[in-house]
Ligand binder design. Structure first.
Ligand code: B12
Length: 265
């Protein structure tokens, strides 16, 4: 079948609303799961892994891989069938609610509405040293074939780098007159990304008069979509975000005649 035929067929075939995972055959429910148990690798450890898989609803479950991780831990991969059904109608997603703009339109909008460059201050806060994500958005070399915000003639980027303390971020935002503050949080151990983000948004609300808080944006691969209001920020960007999406959002939030209501102010 040619690609054209395949896509035409896909668009006319009604999509099921209830689905099961797919392994070898449609609807066989097969899933693969990996985890580590704090036990040394032996037969008992393998039995423990299968017991866990069974309790998680995998039946039958096969142990396909077990490897000692040091003297007292074992890593497992199990493969098995689950009975659970997925109701596609009940899935909630956060849809992009702003148009994607080419760089020249982003620059033109900023020029027309602000009549000066839009200033963004970015950082990884807390102990987080994972700068690749924020650099992908800010640095000129960009990400996924798109240039970063430094490429935009009407955006001034101040990238503070890794492990920035919240008070220093607030101070830098003030010093540079930030319109938007872009924070990256990749490490999620002990919910560090939640605590750091909440602390950061609270510090900005305390340091700025109401209504004057810069646009607060956080990004990282493991934020829960739709939790921006709970964290006190205006927007969350997740896995696979491109600089163009962020630039378009900045225009949407800061350069429309009546910007949408802000959560952080
Ligand atoms: C590279 C890397 C490192 C490098 C980081 C180098 C650097 N300068 O960044 C080094 C070796 C230093 C490192 C160290 C550690 N790492 Co590390 N690291 C990784 C790795 C392999 C890749 C991360 C990465 O670069 N991704 C690529 C970028 C492009 O993706 P991204 O970060 O998701 O960013 C995108 C989006 O999320 C979004 N985005 C991200 N930030 C922002 C911000 C804004 C404003 C916006 C709009 C968008 C946005 O846009 C980006 C582009 O799409 C991951 C595993 C993995 N495969 O993800 C582990 C990983 C993140 N590391 C991990 C850990 C545990 C550590 C260490 C604690 C290890 C240790 N015991 O020492 C230390 C911590 C150091 C510290 N203080 O932070 C864990 C985190 C686990 C967790 N649940 O928190 C991971 C997941 C590995 C794992 N599976 O265990 N790490």
């Amino acid at each position: 079948m040619t690609a054209t035929h395949a896509s035409r067929e896909a668009s006319t075939t009604p999509q099921p609303t209830v689905v099961r995972p797919y392994g070898d055959m449609t609807g066989d429910g097969m899933v693969q799961l990996s985890f580590t148990l704090p036990v040394k690798h032996d037969k008992r450890a393998e039995g423990a892994a299968l017991q866990l898989a069974g309790k998680m609803g995998l039946s039958p479950a096969l142990l396909v891989h077990a490897k000692a991780m040091g003297p007292s831990h074992t890593f497992f991969i199990v493969y098995g069938s689950v009975n659970h059904l997925v109701d596609l109608a009940a899935v909630e997603v956060v849809e992009r609610d702003f148009p994607l703009l080419p760089a020249k339109d982003v620059n033109a909008s900023i020029k027309k509405t602000l009549r000066r460059p839009l200033v963004v201050v970015g950082a990884c806060i807390g102990t987080d040293a994972h700068t690749v994500g924020i650099d992908a958005i800010l640095n000129i070399k960009g990400f996924a074939g798109e240039k970063g915000l430094e490429y935009y003639s009407e955006i001034t980027v101040v990238n503070l780098g890794a492990q920035v303390l919240v008070p220093d971020l607030v101070e830098a935002a003030r010093e540079h007159g930030a319109d938007a503050v872009l924070v990256s949080q990749v490490v999620t151990q002990r919910d560090a990304h939640i605590h750091n983000t909440t602390q950061m948004s609270a510090a900005f609300r305390e340091a700025y008069p109401a209504g004057e808080v810069p646009l607060l944006i956080v990004g990282g691969p493991r934020f829960e979509e739709g939790s921006a209001a709970k964290l006190g920020v205006d927007r969350i960007f997740g896995k696979g975000t491109t600089p163009g999406e962020v630039a378009s959002y900045l225009v949407h939030a800061l350069c429309t005649p009546t910007p949408p209501e802000r959560k952080s102010a």
